[in-house]
Design a protein around this ligand. Sequence first.
Ligand code: SF4
Ligand code: SF4
Length: 310
Amino acid sequence: MRKSFFRLPIFIRDFMVMRNKGTVVAVLSGKGGTGKTLISVNLARVSGECRYLDCDVEEPNGYLFFKPENPAMEEVTVEIPEVLEAACNGCRKCVDFCRFNAMAFIKEKPYIFPEVCHSCGGCMLLCPEKALVPREKTVGRIEEGKSGEVTVVTGILNVGEASGMPVIKKLTGKYLPDQPGLTFIDCPPGSACTVMESIRKADYCILVAEPTLFGEHNLRMVYDLTGFFKKRSGVVLNKCSDGTNPSEDFCRENHIPVLGRIPFDMTLGILTSDAKIAADEKPEFADLFKDILENLKKEVSDEAALDSER
Ligand code: SF4
Ligand code: SF4
């Protein structure tokens, strides 16, 4: 059975991997402004029917490119504790327990800072007097709409909230399991817990890197992160020009597949700053991203074949 899957022609494996099971591709980079959104938006656009999930919930901007019409909106809520003063005996156990410093003891009673609370629920479980009860609080929203063949799903964190985790968990929980076809996740920048949550269910990671020493440092950081989560990854080198490219050297030294090279191009920069999808505007950009998509499919397909061999 395993051998026979491996021997299937590539296009059949593509069909099995990319259509029936569904494939989740996370696009990430070590810092903002590297080209994550450019690449995930354009890859989604040239993929036909697929899904684009914006998990960069503090600063989502993929929807500015896709401009989905009349998106449906769903609130994201969390539960934070509220003190029933009449029941509280002032034992202080909840304040001492909270590791997020979301509670203070003022005038012999606990006081809660809702913006800092991580909704872990521990204090409510712990309280011996059942004096802490959950209260719903809206921390953000999810918008879902269509742009051509792409389903655009955007997570948006309310201004002033401490953590984007609840919005990302809701996004990945609702939109990732058992969904057929391709899904691209536009991850938050860096390597914080929000990035880890965004890539947790990914089948493959695209790491976007700039051609500088700083870019190589950032690439190393996210490469280590994907390795920690045992995710396969490939690199798209952005803003390439003549001369040395430390990020490309890093890929060569570590045998990381390079899925594509995007040139440093003024037209591409202008289209992006005008919130236009480059693949829609110029055939040469559409071809560039189609090539990256083909390389991605081959990588995912080869990995699936290897998995079936193991
Ligand atoms: S643990 Fe319960 S009873 Fe003790 S201070 Fe906190 S709310 Fe009051
Ligand atoms: S729910 Fe968790 S984070 Fe929030 S106040 Fe209670 S212990 Fe602290």
